[in-house]
Design a binder for this molecule. Structure first.
Ligand code: PMP
Length: 284
């Protein structure tokens, strides 16, 4: 496996960063994950837009131009010879003696890796997965794709220990923000398709945004608003969206079956439509 580290392509075992990289010491950085699906980079531009947004919110200088970044991603795909993979890239504020203040002169550090994707199993797609709910203990800027992910890791680990695929995070007011690494959707008991509005409480998923576009194209009504755990427990359908899982049905929340306990028609249709749209992307 070949990685990209600050201007060079290197075998992953030799890929290294400085111990005073502010990403390493402070999680002072942002990242993106772009899916490569059957040779296609899915929604590359929106991912690059979100990368710029995250960098801007933290006042981290762009590591390179958008055109150069696109070249790096293509070169990583080419050198690693993969067609179904996840591209990971991160930028940190750079290397400087440890000090909370932003360093005066610092060069953004940039690394990128690629690895074969492990898409959800056929069983997960056909039968759905389970989620548990946990308190959302993250900060108030979840719209920034920060590499500071400890609360997300703790939640995913608890879900895994409980035999669940994902954790849905519940805010102090009882509403669900999103999953630890996915966005959350339900079809309510009275048939309304709902996902949390894109504010600072969630990461505005690129998959979420794509699903919204598809819903608009198809003329399917939906609402962007907060929904409670109770509303989710009473829902007919539930699903999650993310770059690695696309649209994935959820058939159990905290041990309770969602609807009839199998993926519902809205979820199945959206997954199909999402995959079809992804396949319309030109091959690299
Ligand atoms: N929410 C969080 C907290 C995430 O980490 C992710 C995945 N990076 C998502 C939602 C889904 O976003 P996307 O569709 O862009 O993968």
């Amino acid at each position: 496996r070949i990685a990209y580290v600050n201007g060079r392509y290197v075998p992953i075992a030799q890929a290294q960063v400085h111990i005073e990289d502010r990403g390493y010491q402070f999680a002072d950085g942002v990242y993106e994950v772009v899916p490569l699906y059957r040779g296609r980079l899915i929604d590359e531009e929106p991912h690059l837009d979100r990368f710029d947004y995250s960098l801007g919110e933290l006042e981290i200088a762009r590591p390179m131009s958008r055109a150069a970044l696109k070249l790096v991603l293509r070169e990583l795909v080419r050198r690693n010879g993969l067609s179904d993979a996840l591209l990971y890239f991160q930028a940190t504020r750079g290397v400087a003696p440890r000090d909370h203040k932003f360093p005066a002169r610092v060069k953004t550090a940039f690394v990128a890796t690629i690895r074969r994707s492990r898409p959800p199993s056929a069983a997960a797609i056909e039968q759905g997965v389970s989620v548990i709910t946990l308190p959302d203990i993250r900060w108030e800027r979840c719209d920034i794709k920060s590499i500071g992910l400890l609360p997300n890791l703790l939640a995913k680990q608890k879900a895994t220990m409980a035999g669940a695929f994902e954790a849905w995070l519940v805010e102090a007011d009882g509403t669900i923000s999103e999953g630890s690494s996915t966005n959350a959707w339900i079809v309510t008991a009275d048939g309304k398709l709902v996902t949390r509005d894109a504010g600072a409480a969630i990461l505005n998923g690129i998959t979420r945004q794509r699903v919204i576009k598809l819903l608009e194209n198809q003329g399917i009504a939906f609402e962007q608003r907060a929904f409670s755990r109770e509303e989710a427990l009473a829902a007919r359908e539930a699903f999650l969206s993310s770059s690695s899982s696309f649209v994935l049905p959820i058939t159990k929340i905290d041990g309770h079956a969602v609807g009839e306990g199998k993926p519902g028609p809205v979820t199945r249709r959206l997954r199909d439509v999402y995959v079809a749209a992804a396949l319309e992307t030109p091959v690299l």
